[in-house]
Unconditional design. Sequence first.
Length: 191
Amino acid sequence: MSINELIANTQAILPLAVLMLWACILLLVDLFIPHERKGLTALLAALGLVVALGLVILQIGREEVAFNGMVSVDGFSTFLQALFLVSGLAGIALAYDYNKRMGLERGEYYILMLLSIGGMLLMSMADDLIIVFVALEWLSIPLYILSGFDRDNVKSEESALKYFLLGAYSGGFVLYGTALIFGATGSTSLA
């Protein structure tokens, strides 16, 4: 891989990379935020989404294929990325008050939201069935944890287990279908 290909590949996934790096940094920063000020984690998570949204807006009008045709950036993927990031901002705004009311103020909630949104961003850029599967799992695993976030509530634990089992079962179907398509065509490319 030449340096030009590396730069092009990095530019194609820059909003996703920045958001995931921000989530990792926020995970460490959250350790030093006192429990009574966990709203600061929500604010920092929203800031990360705004930065990623700015990078997505800069991608408007660009069309490129990266990672040997596994990821593509076009108008539709850019629109979906912007939609997911704006929805994430709305989700953080709604979750902040709810978590405070229910006594669930923990910074991990917002970090898990960022990780799940990262899976959504990758799904919107996917141009290969393998990337679709990876993005689906990347999107789902934080949601399994979020559905069981209220550890003291039995219904929350039950919903997390049910969602995990259903997700594992459906993920197996997606993987089996991908294997059948690869067996029939010799390729996993969506094109």
